[in-house]
Every structure is written in C-alpha cells, then in structure tokens.
Design a protein around this ligand. Structure first.
Ligand code: SF4
Ligand code: SF4
Length: 148
C-alpha cells in the first residue's frame, strides 16, 4: 500500500512536467498513457495515407514501396469506403507478435502518436494505450468561465 502511494506521488509529480514539455516545447495536444498489450491489432487493418489522400489503388501503392521499407511489409487484405486495407506480413498470425520486433521501423516503435488522429485514424477499442488531451475539456471550460 505504501509503495503504491509512493508510485502515485511520483506520477503526480512527473505528469505536469511531461505535459509541460509536450505542450509548450513539442507543441503536442495529446499525451500517451497506458501500456501495449501486444494484441497485434494495430498491425492489421492499416490504411496508408500519402499526402492528403488514403491510398485507393494498388498501382499507386506499388510506387510507395520505394519510399519506405515499412510499405514493403504490407499486403492488401480488403478495400472499404475509406480505401485499401492492409495487413503487415511481419505479424505472426498465431502469436500475434511482430516477427521483426527488434528491428521494426520507427513508425511502429512510436505508435500510437497524435498524428494518427490528424490522419483520421483511431486506436482499436481494446488497445492498451489511450491518447489523452494535455489540456482537458474541464480545464478549457474553467479557463473560459474565468474570462466572463
Ligand atoms: S513491422 Fe511489426 S510492429 Fe510494425 S506493423 Fe509490422 S508486425 Fe506490426
Ligand atoms: S493495438 Fe494497442 S495494445 Fe494492441 S499491439 Fe497495437 S499498440 Fe499494442
């Protein structure tokens, strides 16, 4: 119980510093919390956005493979109203683990980042991570109410 209190106190001390660095220095709007559950869901049902559009066409996607090795790992598994749906071939279908975990690309190491939202993406419902706004709705409301 005492250990838990110490951990909570440390977290309460670190979180405002982390929020300050993210919002004021890195100009972020969200911070990541939680832990990966290694379910592998983010390695399936992937959309690829290039500039402002989601890839719809396999021929166009073929050209992207020269731009980044991450694209060479993807295979088309479907197409829906958003665009082509990909799955990563490095995902072990039995264990749901990444077969190249130690050498996986940076985009996988940094996942999830807030760019995910700006690109129109979302976390899977049961992802172990949550992306929380650095300034909560209550804080914004409180600030606005103080002005009036
Ligand atoms: S390289 Fe690994 S972590 Fe990245 S999408 Fe593929 S399976 Fe997932
Ligand atoms: S969906 Fe979330 S919990 Fe599952 S592997 Fe991806 S980051 Fe981890």
């Amino acid at each position: 119980m005492k250990n838990l209190q110490i951990v909570t106190k440390i977290e309460n001390f670190i979180l405002p510093i982390r929020k300050f660095i993210l919002s004021k220095i890195l100009r972020r709007k969200y911070y990541r919390t939680g832990k990966c559950k290694a379910c592998g869901k983010c390695c399936t049902k992937i959309y690829v956005k290039h500039y402002k559009h989601v890839i719809q066409d396999e021929k166009e996607f073929e050209k992207l493979k020269y731009l980044h090795r991450f694209y060479t790992y993807l295979k088309v598994i479907d197409k829906d109203e958003t665009g082509l749906v990909f799955e990563c071939m490095n995902l072990d279908p039995v264990t749901h683990k990444c077969k190249i975990h130690k050498t996986r690309p940076g985009i996988c190491r940094r996942y999830p980042q807030e760019e995910l939202f700006s690109m129109g993406g979302a976390l899977s419902d049961d992802c172990g991570y949550q992306m929380k706004p650095i300034v909560s709705f209550e804080e914004v409301l409180h600030k606005e109410m103080k002005k009036h």
